[in-house]
Design a protein around this ligand. Sequence first.
Ligand SMILES: Nc1ncnc2c1ncn2[C@@H]1O[C@H](COP(=O)(O)OP(=O)(O)O)[C@@H](O)[C@H]1O
Ligand SMILES: [Mg+2]
Length: 351
Amino acid sequence: MSLKLANIAKRFGAFTALHDISLRARPGEFLALLGPSGSGKTTLLRIIAGLEAPERGTVYYEGEDITHLSVAERRIGFVFQQYALFKHMTVAENVAFGLSVRRRERPARRAIKRRAQELLDLVQLGGLGKRLPAQLSGGQQQRVALARALAVDPQLLLLDEPFGALDAKVRKELRHWLREFHDQVGLTSIFVTHDQEEALEVADRVVVMSNGAIEQVGTPSEVYDNPVNAFVFDFVGESNCVPVIAADGHAVFRGRILDVETAGLRGAGALYFRPHDVRLGAAAELGLPATVAAVRRREGRIRVEAGIVGLPGPIELDLLPDGAPSPGEAITIMPTNARLFPVATIHEAAA
Ligand SMILES: Nc1ncnc2c1ncn2[C@@H]1O[C@H](COP(=O)(O)OP(=O)(O)O)[C@@H](O)[C@H]1O
Ligand SMILES: [Mg+2]
């Protein structure tokens, strides 16, 4: 199965929800659409499913233009954030529903029953077919929704924040389970999430979106280690941002020269670094002078919040327990793997 989107645009009245989106899902790939709320993820998924028509652009499925095919003709499976199971139907009936509504090629009743059971076995709920949805946990309900989505025998599965309503631990279990399931069934999947950790953990490639446009497409490592712009750096993982001025190959913060690659940039810049990409320097070293505001124990690491004169909020540091500073201590922060991005205006804190 291959899916290609070419120059998809979508407006709602005067508002442009998607600008010129082009994207390809490779056969067997697990793609994550990652972006903040309102960035257009659901709209894009609905266009792929056939629930929404684009203003412009083409959807290709196996090289064929399916832009104007109906939902039923596409045979694409989808699962939404809300379980959306029929409350008055048993679990087995819910799954069978996906089969029995087919107009063409509708299987015989007994075949439908057998297939529904197979699908429930596949999502490891084989014994629960007679229950009502309300008698299942949230995670189990979402697996029923998945079984129902698979009733049309899709090769492409679309999932819109399917675990959004579940608690953190269940979400984590389910996303690992889903990834294994995807590999085992041999699907191509497009998974929408606003949770960067979820996207990085499950996807082969991550599509980072904001304001109806794609900012970057890459493997989890590519988008995390090599973000193309400040938005991606900030959205994919934790980050600190310090305004600086770049001149003569140096980045300068309030008169202090920082040991940072300026990559030819001149003028106002925003220096981004991750909490774990720092070391503490000696007071005489050229780094960011800060005062420890809080120290918190985390699994394996110590989280330090440090205040820097001139910045509105604290800088977050992840340090090893050995050598972590104490509250009130004056420290010098040396970013070890920082990226500098241009900004339009010089922030007064940098000068
Ligand atoms: N049917 C609609 N009518 C008007 N605006 C819409 C409609 N659907 C979505 N939008 C707007 O389009 C933008 C993108 O929405 P959506 O695709 O749901 O984003 P996401 O799933 O990334 O949160 C939002 O600003 C939303 O308000
Ligand atoms: Mg959405």
